[in-house]
Design a protein around this ligand. Structure first.
Ligand SMILES: O=P(O)(O)O[C@H]1O[C@H](CO)[C@@H](O)[C@H]1O
Ligand SMILES: O=c1cc[nH]c(=O)[nH]1
Length: 371
């Protein structure tokens, strides 16, 4: 495998650097760990008040080996209806297997317009009939998220930040499970702030890390901190990087992505309504992040990885960088430039989907509309 892509931008440094050791946490503050491998074994069935007929671990591994999406919640089995409230869908009101059973690719991103424009772009890239202009929003009954279906591709918006993406993913993963989808690949196509990379570069995430540069996602559950791993699919990273070779007009690299709970202070910005640190401290922090292998910063990747992987979805994160955070905080590029930047992850992911489907011509070299 080449050590750089055509633009010479592959970040080997980010891949080869060992994990920095976890920062010491006093025993009294040690969070309850719920890493993917140990999670099932640690689950207490008596807590759920219902033992399954088939040992759950065996049932789940059967589902996984069949490529099915599985949910790790025994309570769902006892429900006669599942209302996916924020998607305006449900198991009694909709025939989910008929609507979604053959979905193979799910693409998610913050903005409803971006995800509509991506769906229209995929309509063209897949050579489907019509111009794709009249695609219906499947979630039109709610204004929380927007969802479009184009052939085997589902395109869904998730809003900004971990709480918003997490709600959408809980319902989306249940939807894919109820629909009996198999072998689903899910990709976040987003925007981000770069670290030491040229604005407009596309970063394929090899590791999603938190604001302490650790590959973990922490959530308070019933008053305890639960920690989940943030593994992404290494094979997908390589496949996506290989697809970038056919799109030479922007740099694509592999690196760690830092996920924060905030756009301003949480990403070390000096330009929020509040700021509690100096420019010097900010730069020290961002340089430490860069030294730890971080090449971009956004606000969903750890939750995305922590939810998708354990449920049997092959997951990847592909984000364009809108600026280099070592050079500033404000995003000053023009509307036109930002629109074109946003299209870059879409073009790469379209090329990937086309390659997976065996469609050969001009992959990635047409452009989405500028919505
Ligand atoms: O471009 P999207 O997908 O919205 O993602 C990035 O942009 C938002 C901040 O502007 C955050 O949600 C961040 O993760
Ligand atoms: O700096 C940036 C740009 C886009 N999205 C982020 O989360 N941060």
């Amino acid at each position: 495998m080449p050590s750089t892509n055509r633009c010479g931008q592959r970040s080997r440094a980010a891949e080869s650097r060992p994990h920095p050791p976890p920062s010491p946490i006093p025993a009294s503050r040690q969070p309850r760990t719920c890493q993917a491998a140990s999670e099932l074994g640690a689950y207490k069935w008596e807590d759920a008040g219902k033992a399954p007929a088939v040992p759950r671990i065996a049932a789940v591994s059967l589902e996984m080996s069949a490529g099915l999406v599985h949910i790790k919640n025994p309570h769902l089995e006892a429900m006669d209806e599942d209302v996916l409230y924020h998607l305006d869908l449900g198991t009694k009101t909709h025939d989910l297997p008929a609507m979604f059973g053959d979905v193979k690719f799910v693409c998610v991103g913050g903005s409803p317009n971006r995800m509509r424009s991506f769906a229209q772009f995929m309509h063209k890239e897949l050579g489907l009939e019509g111009d794709g202009e009249d695609l219906a929003d499947i979630c039109a009954g709610t204004d929380r998220y927007a969802m479009y279906r184009v052939g085997p591709v589902l395109s869904i918006s998730h809003g900004m930040g971990i709480p918003s993406v997490s709600i959408m993913l809980h319902e989306l993963i249940k939807l894919l499970h109820h629909a009996k989808c198999r072998d689903v690949t899910i990709i976040r196509i987003g925007t981000s702030g770069g670290l030491g990379v040229q604005a407009g570069s596309v970063v394929i995430t090899d590791r999603a890390v938190d604001a302490r540069f650790q590959p973990r996602f922490e959530q308070v559950v019933l008053g305890d901190v639960v920690v989940r791993g943030t593994d992404l699919d290494g094979g997908l990273v390589e496949e996506l990087l290989a697809c970038s070779e056919a799109i030479p007009d922007f740099p694509t690299l592999v690196g760690h992505t830092m996920c924060t709970y905030d756009f301003y202070e949480g990403q070390g910005r000096l330009d929020g309504a509040l700021c509690s640190f100096s420019n010097e401290k900010k730069l020290q922090y961002l340089k430490r992040a860069h030294d730890a292998g971080v090449r971009n910063i956004e606000m969903e990747s750890t939750a995305f990885a922590a939810l998708c992987g354990p449920c049997g979805l092959r997951a990847a994160v592909v984000c364009v960088t809108l600026l280099d955070r070592l050079e500033g905080d404000q995003i000053r590029a023009s509307h036109e430039v930002l629109q074109e930047y946003q299209q870059r992850p879409q073009r790469l992911v379209a090329a990937f989907i086309r390659r997976r489907l065996g469609l050969r011509t001009a992959a990635g070299n047409t452009r989405p509309s500028s919505d």
